[in-house]
Design a protein around this ligand. Structure first.
Ligand code: F6R
Length: 608
């Protein structure tokens, strides 16, 4: 999704802004632009394509001297990716420059009004209305003009604005699209995400909805959308710079796959106090846990897949009915929220528009909302009743890996705790679960020490048009995620099926050589999945199977078998997924694709 970076201070702004934008490249974009006040004018450069085009155009920022600037990477929503549609957008007099993340939903109406008044538009974007509206309402006080504009726009925004009349100032505002303000000595920054600032500072202010900020050489001030001065405390971001760098790995995705043992340790171990799982900070009393009548897990994409596993594990252990819903469906389906129900919103970024809307909807209906979130201080984290932080560290690659793994771990901990409190498992079973949980990071480490087989196996899929994944129970939940990993970074069409469903339609697609990846780690339903594997083999499919060393017989049926170490059956997904992540990575690499920044995708989906 779009990225914003801005700087004001005693250093050249353009190189800092360009560097900030480069740290946000992972979010996905198709054009970029920058505006800098050069002492007399606001000068602007924009270009469709990669940031490197803009860097070349501006001689790495040197062609735009000045100490105050804003920049943007655009992920097209309104208007194709082009130089004209790239941000910043300026008014006709070139006295106001705007960068914007989000969508102005009533922009057509606003544009028509402005055009009637004689304003001439030079782009197809929704953002340009803001530059002209600011001109319309500006009477010398930028904050007043911004307030007036914000009261008239519908939709979401994170904004960076410069006024030629106030050259040593950056103005910022947000609603439903993240924006932070950073400070380091003389230097002040705005950014849509923490990695853009880490090189310079870890002291940040999180802007809340409908807040306006002014950054000048002397101060940072925050106002409400009604002009009331607000007092705000900075917070220190725990992530360090190296966490947002590749550290010698070819890609962030590979680095993040390899960071999984640490991420899991950091998520699991702080929650273990001796033989107890400590979830006290979630503020759920034992009485409340016992009374829970239903859990609804709401999320998007991979986080939703983690929720599918969460359902299996929570129902199995804690015997609470669980439904897992897509946030984009939940928010529009008039869901039923019973008094003793809990809604769990899962999100790496904590900014996903649909998940945030679902959270708000659930709260408005009186549900208690627990968020499983990775990014500290994100909107979902701030608005939920309580937060279970996954400590995966910054995840840069668009395709999630370590955050997904930590979301699974969060569900294991919640399920084991809820089960013990509700008396649906005994102490002995709880101990068994904890002991398996503690071993998980090392088992993932073990899997990561043998990537060659997967790199070799990946060659089988380089020319594939489609791949089918299948499994049952937790193996099905993992298949969903394995399939998404493969399709999003390799562009090979792939779908995951509950293995028992194949014969209800999909099996008609099986023919000689059809690639099938079967996950069959669950002992309990292994014979059933085995039958499904035989069924597709009989129709000519070429099967790669994942199973545990207990099922060596699978080698006689499947074309290739990958063995995954055993853990508690409920936690098997944490191990099988590692092989599927690596497979997707090597297929993408083998096809010569941009592993970390797959086309059309954004890391944080802050618009609907
Ligand atoms: C896929 C992927 C996405 C995200 C989804 C939700 O690899 O990363 O499917 O899982 O966009 O994002 P978050 O977790 O930030 O809410």
């Amino acid at each position: 999704m779009c990225g914003i970076a801005g700087y004001i201070g005693n250093q050249q702004a353009a190189p800092i802004v360009l560097d900030g934008l480069s740290r946000l490249e992972y979010r996905g974009y198709d054009s970029a632009g920058i505006a800098v006040f050069d002492g007399e004018r606001i000068r602007m450069a924009k270009a469709a394509g990669r940031l490197s085009v803009l860097e070349k155009l501006t001689d790495s920022g040197r062609a735009l001297p000045g100490f105050c600037g804003i920049g943007h990477t655009r992920w097209a929503t309104h208007g194709c990716p082009s130089d004209e549609n790239a941000h910043p957008h300026m008014n006709q007099e070139n006295t106001i420059a705007v960068v914007h993340n989000g969508i102005i939903e009533n922009y057509r109406k606003l544009r028509a009004k402005l055009e009637k008044k004689g304003y001439v538009f030079s782009s197809e974007t929704d953002t340009e209305v803001l530059a002209h509206m600011l001109t319309e309402y500006y009477r010398g006080d930028p904050v007043e003009a911004i307030e007036k504009v914000l009261h008239r726009v519908e939709g979401s925004y994170a904004l960076g604005i410069m006024f030629l009349d106030h050259p040593h100032h950056i103005y910022a505002a947000r609603r439903d699209s993240p924006l932070i303000v950073g400070v380091c000595g003389e230097g002040k920054f705005i950014a849509s995400d923490v990695p853009a600032l880490l090189e310079h500072t870890r002291t940040v202010y999180y802007m809340e909805n409908e807040e306006i900020a002014t950054l000048s050489d002397e101060h940072i001030r925050f106002y409400s959308i009604d002009g009331e001065l607000l007092s705000k405390e900075p917070v220190t971001v725990e992530w360090d710079v190296s966490a947002a760098q590749k550290d010698g790995y070819a890609h962030f995705m590979l680095k993040e796959i390899y960071e999984q043992p640490k991420a899991l340790r950091d998520t699991i171990f702080p929650r273990l106090k001796g033989d107890r799982i400590d979830l006290e900070d979630l503020g759920l009393s034992e009485e409340e846990i016992r009374r829970l009548s239903r859990i609804t897990i709401v999320a998007c994409g991979s986080a939703w897949h983690a929720g599918v596993t969460g359902k299996y594990v929570l129902e199995e252990l804690a015997r609470i009915p669980v439904e897992t819903d897509l946030a984009s469906e939940y928010r529009y389906r008039n869901p039923i929220c019973e008094p003793d129900s809990l809604v769990i919103v899962v999100s790496q970024s904590g900014e996903t528009a649909d998940s945030l809307a679902a959270l708000r909807d659930a709260k408005a209906r009186g549900s208690r909302v627990l968020a499983i979130v990775n990014v500290v201080g994100s909107s979902i984290a701030r608005e939920a009743d309580s937060v279970f932080y996954t400590n995966a560290g910054p995840e840069i690659s668009v395709a999630t890996t370590k955050a997904y793994s930590c979301q699974l771990a969060a569900f294991y901990l919640l399920a084991a705790k809820f089960a013990l409190v509700r008396g649906t498992i005994d102490e002995a079973r709880a101990k068994e679960l904890l002991s398996s949980l503690k071993k998980l990071p090392d088992q993932v480490q073990e899997l990561l020490s043998a990537p060659d087989e997967l790199s070799f196996l990946a060659n089988r899929y380089l020319a594939a048009d489609h791949v089918f994944f299948m499994g049952r129970g937790i193996d099905y939940a993992v298949s969903l995620e394995g399939s998404l990993k493969l399709k999003e970074i390799s562009y090979i069409h792939s779908e995951a099926y509950a293995a028992g469903e194949l014969k209800h339609g999909t099996i008609s697609l099986m023919e000689e050589g059809t690639p099938v990846i079967a996950v069959a780690t669950s002992d309990r339903i292994y014979p059933k999945t085995l039958s499904n594997i035989v069924e597709v083999k009989t129709r000519g499919a070429s099967v790669l199977a994942l199973t545990t060393p207990d099922h060596r017989d699978l080698s006689q049926v499947a074309d290739h078998v990958l063995f995954v170490p055993k853990t508690d059956p409920l936690f098997m997904g944490s191990l099988s997924i590692v092989s599927l992540q690596l497979l997707a990575y090597y297929v993408s690499l083998g096809r010569g694709l941009d592993v970390d920044k797959p086309r059309n995708l954004a890391k944080s989906v802050t618009v609907e």
